[in-house]
Design a binder for this molecule. Structure first.
Ligand code: 6YU
Length: 509
């Protein structure tokens, strides 16, 4: 179909800030639509952003995004990965795509407790089921438009206290059940990328859409998708190690080659270079925006956008990979959960960060299959403890985790791991955390406000200048790679539609 956008408009100069999956998706879509001048500026030395597969042990590990959450037809990452034939047979099966798992994949879990004993599945499984039921219940407030309390944490604690009153067990068993529930809280903190569930707003929690399909991974690493996307783009489209300092908009800037045309936006890089542009698509993480919104965009962002940037949550979820010579765990175990017997979600005391940061680790994920990875365990932890962990050395982290493993398994002879690698997302000055969540006081409206382009309000008469994409701009898939991918395409389409004459837009409808 012949497109109705004129040659002049297709020559518009478009700069994309950030080469994560949102930036790549925007570039791919714009070039496909016929826009000829697209440049991506990336602060780091690689593409992918929070998608980062690294060589470790026998294979690759994911420092950032790991799973396709809900791999099914509605998932844009799944679609793209399928087109490039990057997934294995199991992930592609219709059966896998149809299963609704409500965000908590079924794993074969082994439970170890802080007194060095195993907890029987007969005790642990009903507690897991209770938590899943409460978690689903907490999503219902989005539909009802009323909320009994403000945070997810408060709601879950009230429900747990109510259930606990009806337990007929002795005190020791009740405490064990509460300790098991506390593991679920820590896991939920990792899923939401938050320090505490008390920070997560209850009402919007259910607006995040859970897609069907059992979460799957990329056999060749998540980077295989980034590589495939990069191959589809012109070779020199990305400028690496090119951090942007400030985006000046609402101006009238001339290019240094003294062209007739004047540009409304000027991108100022940290190295002093200035790049005039007709449009800029900003895909930097919310963590970066929170820290730099005052100086990153001039004239300053409208108050509504600043308010939403401040209110929306952005926390840390960090990973620690340990490679062992031999496994000490059961071969069939997919998840080893660590149960601190003195903990309960109903107790508010926080452990001393320096002495007990490792208590925030909910357990270890066993990387499978062993032929692809070797004997590798992945510990995950969120929040302040995850930030603190970044300040420690590799050997401090390794030693702490070994003390925990030896104590919980009751086996002081387990040898130290051969190697360690871990993420430090909070220290990355261009990321500053892991992903967004709707914090208490915020809602999906804040996500939409952050996504609004400048100038506000956008009209056909006023050309779009600065557009916003990235995971934190997707109202129902925030915090995910599929949300980020869709947001990049959305902003490319916004630009394209902006240029379409009204008559051809009507024809499209
Ligand atoms: C997913 C998963 N996953 C684990 C961990 C992390 C994340 N996610 P990018 O940051 O990629 O790109 C921006 C670029 O901009 C970047 O390269 C910067 O360097 C650059 N930049 C910044 N400033 C700049 C400047 N000034 N100038 C130039 N460049 C600049 N997602 O689908 N599956 O398993 C996980 C996980 C540890 C850190 C994840 C996962 C999140 C994704 O990684 C992330 O959303 C996208 O990659 C972001 O892409 P982007 O392009 O927007 O930004 C009910 C309910 C609750 C809701 N939550 C549900 C949970 C779902 C999340 N689960 C996550 C779990 C894991 C393990």
């Amino acid at each position: 179909m012949a497109r109705a956008v004129s040659r002049r408009e297709l020559d518009s100069r478009i700069v994309i800030v950030g080469c994560g999956i949102a930036g790549l998706a925007a570039a791919q879509r714009l070039l496909h639509q016929g826009f000829g001048s697209v440049q991506i500026l990336e602060a780091s030395g690689r593409s992918g952003g929070r998608i980062w597969s690294q060589g470790f042990a026998r294979g690759l590990v994911e420092i950032g995004a790991q799973w396709i959450h809900g791999p099914s037809k509605q998932n844009a990452i799944f679609q793209l990965a399928s087109q490039h034939d990057l997934l294995d047979e199991e992930a592609m099966s219709e059966e896998n795509q149809a299963l609704q798992i409500d965000g908590h994949p079924p794993n074969v879990s082994t439970y170890y407790s802080s007194s060095g004993r195993r907890i029987e599945p007969e005790i642990a499984a009903p507690v897991e089921e209770l938590y899943s039921a409460l978690s689903l219940k907490s999503r219902e407030f989005f539909q009802s438009k009323t909320e009994p309390v403000r945070s997810l944490g408060e709601f879950l604690k009230l429900e747990i206290a109510r259930c606990a009153e009806e337990w007929k067990d002795d005190e020791e068993m009740c405490n064990l059940k509460l300790a098991l529930l506390n593991v679920e809280f820590k896991l939920e903190c990792c899923i939401s990328g938050t320090d505490s569930l008390d920070l997560v707003a209850l009402q919007p929690f259910g607006e995040y859409v859970l897609l069907p399909g059992i979460d799957c991974v990329f056999p060749g690493g998540f980077k295989s998708l980034i590589d495939a996307m990069m191959k589809s783009l012109p070779k020199d489209v990305v400028s690496y190690n090119k951090p942007v300092k400030c985006i000046h908009w609402n101006g009238s800037f001339k290019a240094s080659d003294a062209q007739e045309h004047s540009y409304s936006v000027l991108v100022e890089c940290e190295d002093g270079e200035t790049i005039p542009a007709d449009h800029v698509i900003v895909t930097v993480p919310l963590g970066f925006l929170k820290e730099h919104y005052r100086t990153f965009i001039r004239p300053p962002l409208p108050a509504s956008k600043i308010n939403s940037i401040q209110k929306l949550g952005f926390g840390t979820n960090n990973k620690i990979f340990l490679e062992f010579e031999e496994p000490f765990w059961d071969p069939e175990s997919q998840l080893i959960r660590l149960v601190w017997e003195d903990e309960s979600p109903l107790l508010s005391a926080r452990p001393d960060l320096q002495k007990e940061w490792f208590r925030k680790i909910f357990g270890f994920i066993v990387l499978q299959p062993v032929e692809r990875h070797g004997h590798v365990l992945l510990a995950v932890l969120a929040g302040e403890e995850a930030n603190f962990m970044e300040s420690l050395s590799d050997s401090e982290v390794k030693n702490c985790l070994m003390q925990v493993i030896r104590r919980f398994t009751g086996n002081p002879a387990i040898p130290l791991p051969k190697s360690i690698v871990r993420s430090k997302w909070y220290s990355d000055q261009h990321i500053r955390g892991s992903y967004s969540y709707t914090a208490v006081g915020s809602s999906g409206d804040d996500i939409d406000i952050i996504a609004q382009p400048l100038p506000l309000p956008a009209t056909k008469a006023q050309p779009l200048q600065v557009l916003f994409a990235g995971e934190a701009t997707h109202r129902t898939f925030y915090s995910t790679t599929h949300g980020a991918l869709e947001s990049g395409r959305r902003e490319a389409d916004r630009l394209n539609n902006h240029y379409l004459p009204v008559t051809s837009m009507n024809a499209k409808i």
